[in-house]
Write a protein that binds this ligand. Structure first.
Ligand code: SF4
Ligand code: SF4
Length: 161
């Protein structure tokens, strides 16, 4: 596997088809900074946010938080477009420049079958791609230990004080 294929940049332009927000079960994992940003945008405290918009999912030997989905597997924030666009999670902001997607030509081509924006539009520079990958990596999803239930933790504990 080589990431040299992205040296000259990669073309990507979101067509706003919303396929990555709707129709299929999926995880939108939340980091601490994602939660902080969404709390600010929605004017909620953590308890209120958790009760309305989050679900607990298994993650790396513990549990984490993902956004809820509707019965049709739409993201809870999808309302004819992303209703929290300016505060959307890092996972959404950085796509498709994720490890495992932008790491090799094979990964990139495979992902292009899921996302019509990959391979079209302006070329995103190598530095823009690296910045997105860095942003993705440094905002790891919140990981809760065994037995830690979000509803029993206070906001400072969840958000890291
Ligand atoms: S699947 Fe790709 S083109 Fe469609 S909304 Fe998501 S990022 Fe944009
Ligand atoms: S938060 Fe917004 S961009 Fe992210 S999956 Fe939900 S609707 Fe799509």
């Amino acid at each position: 596997m080589s990431d040299a294929f992205r040296n000259g940049g990669l073309p990507f332009e979101c067509t706003r088809c919303s396929d990555c927000c709707r129709h299929e079960p999926g995880l939108v994992l939340l980091s601490r900074s994602d939660i902080r940003r969404l709390l600010g945008a929605l004017g909620l405290d953590f308890r209120g946010f958790y009760a309305k918009y989050c679900r607990v999912v298994s993650l790396g030997g513990g549990t984490g938080l993902s956004l809820r989905e509707t019965e049709r597997f739409d993201c809870i924030f999808w309302k004819n477009g992303c209703s929290v666009y300016d505060a959307r999670p890092v996972q959404c902001r950085t796509y498709p420049f994720w490890p495992g997607v932008a790491d090799s030509r094979e990964d990139w081509i495979r992902e292009s079958r899921r996302c019509p924006g990959i391979g079209r539009g302006p070329v995103r520079s190598r530095s823009e791609i690296e910045e997105a990958l860095w942003e993705y990596r440094r905002n790891a999803p919140l990981l809760l230990g065994p037995g830690e239930a979000p509803e029993s933790l206070d906001e400072d504990t969840i958000l890291g004080g």
